[in-house]
Design a protein around this ligand. Structure first.
Ligand code: NAI
Ligand code: HPV
Length: 388
């Protein structure tokens, strides 16, 4: 039996992928083979020796100790694009809310309840304080043109916005999806200096942490509106509050409220609802479950953030997979063990990702305990798994 521990509420649509004759799933599962998680922080968690994989049903993996996982040979998956449409739709709502004063206006209109027949007149009188600009003709800067950024950039054109996109790491495959009308910004400065609205769609990394700070805000247009549906730590809380107080920033829409931001005028705080739609929860859970199942049962890796993607049909009696450091002589050493044990290799695949690599060996022979011990003893080998 495989044991799957869930750390957040995971859509049943994903959980039902696990065949109950082979899998036990639940939040109380101990010593799991794999963990299914959304935003719960795993940084302070012990990662047991039996743990082989973690699947993040979602995009951001900053809640997972990736380095520790790699060192322990734990494969970390995410579900690229599975919640992108949900986030895009809420970003559009955020854009509208940052311009038109819908939220404070709706609060205000409730205060005239009880005024009877005077309500329509009071509405017409009171509405003047809530006028806000249109999006059409304004410039939107999209930072990060991944699954979400591209959808946001392409959609915003339908609001009549002029869109600038910035992503120095964009793949060619991704570039094909960007509409031709989107201006390719070659620097962040170009976005900061030109745009009336700026929306962040980058992962939280040491490079992007607090990328919005007093220095970057200084370069922006007076009265800029900033949207953050990516991660709270991308924006310096102190600097954004100061910039709002100085009217340099007109509005900050964030899906990641902190105590200091709540109640601050000019901040529109949303309780991390970007991916909270049934459609996206289903998509993410299904994709995450399928990734775990194919890894646990076949050793195939799809959408891992710390190991290379390796998907090979299984048509041999035995598969042995090795997670190891990406250093010279590993393939020779691994193949040598099979040779020494008299086992013929039918197929050997090796792929690497940064400091780590993955080797899959298929054979019609058997992998003896002796062979497995020898593989584990190779300097640089982190984990060996057998699939029969
Ligand atoms: N509010 C919510 O509920 C959700 C938030 N997110 C957040 O949004 C982020 C983006 O999600 P996706 O678009 O699905 O991820 P993605 O991986 O498809 O796209 C991220 C893009 O950012 C780019 N990038 C990385 N560093 C950059 C930098 N320094 N400057 C400019 N571009 C840079 C990458 O090249 C990539 O194209 C996630 O990492 C997560 O933190 C994602 C889903 C839901
Ligand atoms: O996918 C992401 O990065 C998200 O932020 C979504 O988080 P959630 O799964 O809604 O807790």
């Amino acid at each position: 039996m495989y044991h799957i521990q869930t750390l957040n509420k995971i859509s049943p649509y994903g959980l039902e992928k696990f065949d109950r004759s082979k899998y036990i799933c639940g939040d109380d599962v101990q010593n799991p083979d794999a963990v299914l998680v959304r935003s719960a922080s795993m940084h302070d968690m012990q990662l047991g020796d039996n743990l082989k994989a973690i699947a993040r049903a979602g995009a951001g993996v900053n809640n997972i100790p990736i380095d520790r996982c790699s060192q322990q040979g734990i494969v970390v998956f995410n579900t690229p694009g599975a919640n992108a449409n949900a986030v895009k739709e809420l970003v559009m709502c955020g854009l509208l809310m940052s311009a038109r004063k819908v939220y404070p206006a709706m609060d205000w209109v409730q205060t005239i309840k009880g005024e009877g027949d005077a309500v329509p007149k009071l509405v017409e009188k009171g509405k003047a304080q809530f006028s806000g600009p249109e999006l059409s003709g304004k410039k939107l800067g999209v930072i990060g043109l991944g699954a979400i950024g591209i959808l946001v950039a392409n959609f915003a054109r339908h609001f009549g916005m002029q869109v600038y996109g910035y992503d120095p790491y964009m793949s060619v495959e991704t570039a094909w999806k960007v509409s031709r009308d989107i201006k390719h910004a070659i620097s962040l400065q170009e976005i900061y200096e030109n745009c009336d609205f700026i929306t962040l769609h980058v992962p939280l990394t040491p490079e992007t942490k607090e990328m919005i700070n007093s220095e970057s805000i200084k370069m922006m247009k007076h009265g800029v509106r900033i949207l953050n549906f990516a991660r709270g730590e991308l924006v310096s809380t102190k600097d954004i509050k100061d910039a709002i107080d100085e009217k340099q920033v007109r509005c900050y829409v964030t899906d990641f409220p902190s105590d200091e931001l709540l109640g601050h005028p000019g901040v529109l705080a949303i309780p991390h609802l970007g991916a909270s739609t049934p459609e996206s929860e289903d998509n993410c859970a299904k994709m995450a479950a399928e990734e775990l199942i194919d890894y646990l049962e076949n050793g195939n890796i799809t959408n891992s953030v710390n190991l290379p993607n390796v998907i090979i049909n299984r048509n041999c009696k035995t598969r042995v997979t090795v997670i190891h450091k990406n250093i010279p002589q590993m393939i020779t050493a691994i193949a040598g063990v099979f040779g020494d044990c008299g086992v013929n290799i039918e197929n050997l695949t090796n792929k690497s990702k940064k400091e780590y690599a993955y080797t899959v060996v298929d054979t019609n022979g058997d992998a003896s305990e002796d062979a497995i011990s020898k593989l584990k003893a190779i300097d640089g080998v982190i984990r060996v798994n057998i699939y029969r």
